[in-house]
Design a protein around this ligand. Structure first.
Ligand SMILES: [Zn+2]
Length: 361
């Protein structure tokens, strides 16, 4: 059973030899492992792909990782370099602030109105991720669970217009916001189609800003859920496992998330995984949810115990993948990633032990 099969089986509640371990490793941690600045990966899909492949060489026991963000040359309009950062203007009216050795973020947005034609026309998001996935050697893609990201329609609008504007519009101008999210849906669908040709092990729909830490359950139901349903239905038609990631808390929306028709929910550390397993674990697989700060600060022994406890807590779920709750930080000690993987190997060695986790038997 290779890593891709193990993880796919876990998502669909089929038997596995041990719980898979797919930490949410993307650009920051990969750059650190490859010994290059994070911005080099952020601005170059080929370099990004090389760094991800290096992570799998460094950590042969993990079962996969994620392709989450990258900017491709084709969407860049202007690039300047300051003392310690790159400033990049891209299509979609976005200005990105990219420190040399840190993850880039949107610094300014130009789109102020839902009538701006760039909402209908520009796609600054998909080329970087699609080209990174393409640059990962096929052998790696076949053996490991490469979880390729698609930014959900709602989060795309939040990127393009700024989160604060989107949150205000959800109250002041719901039809305008809904129209904008509708306009971004075809972009997300095309993104899926383009990546499907590369046979990704899974597609990850990122709705980072749909968190209950930021929006209400009503807003989720109205502006996020219907569009997630369209994307996950398409993934089911394409027979690609669909994984939903929402950052932060899920108060008030946890029980409706299976309505998104995702196959797997990636949980952040703020969510009690035992409660999630009890509440929705019979409907979707769970992936999670070690605290990324603890992964930076703790030692191997603590991480191995925490990982084992997390596996045990998730035991009521029909399928489970051990992971970090969100993207692994650049400064995470590699030994702690090893410790996560070793906790799943421990399970294989101890699985006859009575009382210890048996949902995967
Ligand atoms: Zn997150």
């Amino acid at each position: 059973m290779n890593s891709r099969q193990r993880t796919t089986n876990a998502i669909f509640g089929k038997s596995v030899d041990r719980p898979p371990c797919v930490p949410l490793i993307d650009i920051s941690y990969a750059a650190a492992v490859a010994g290059i600045d994070v911005s080099q990966c952020f601005l170059d899909p080929a370099k990004h792909a090389e760094a991800l492949a290096e992570v799998l060489q460094r950590h042969p026991e993990i079962d996969g990782l994620s392709v989450n963000i990258s900017l491709d040359d084709e969407i860049m309009l202007r690039r300047t370099t300051k003392k310690d950062r790159h400033i990049v203007q891209t299509t979609g009216g976005l200005t990105w602030n990219i420190p040399f050795n840190d993850i880039g973020s949107v610094k300014e947005t130009e789109i102020k109105s839902f009538d701006d034609p760039r909402i209908d026309e520009d796609d600054p998001f998909s080329p970087g991720i699609t080209n990174t996935l393409r640059a990962i050697p096929p052998g790696v893609r076949n053996n490991y669970f490469i979880n390729a990201g698609v930014t959900g329609a709602f989060s795309q609008v939040a990127f393009l217009m700024g989160l604060e504007n989107v949150m205000l519009a959800s109250v002041d101008n719901p039809p305008g916001l809904l129209g904008a999210v509708e306009k971004r849906l075809p972009f997300a669908l095309r993104w899926i189609e383009n990546m499907a040709e590369l046979d990704p092990a899974g597609i990850w729909i990122g709705e980072g800003v749909a968190s209950a830490s930021l929006i209400s359950p009503d807003t989720y139901r109205k502006f996020v859920l219907p569009f997630e349903q369209v994307l996950f239905d398409r993934l089911r038609q394409l027979k690609i496992p669909g994984i939903l990631h929402i950052c932060g808390r899920l108060d008030g929306i946890l029980d409706i998330i299976p309505e998104s028709r995702c196959d797997c929910l990636e949980l952040d550390w703020q969510v009690d995984i035992a409660e999630a397993a009890k509440c929705i674990g019979d409907q979707v697989a769970l992936k999670g949810n070690l605290n990324t700060s603890i992964l930076v600060q703790s030692d191997e022994r603590e991480i191995r115990t925490l990982s084992r406890n997390t596996i045990e807590k998730a035991s009521q779920a029909g399928g489970f993948i051990l992971s970090s709750g969100c993207c692994l930080g650049r400064d995470t000690p590699p030994e702690n990633v090893d410790a996560m993987a070793m906790a799943t190997v421990d399970y294989r060695e101890n699985k006859k032990e009575p009382g210890f986790f048996n949902c995967f038997d």
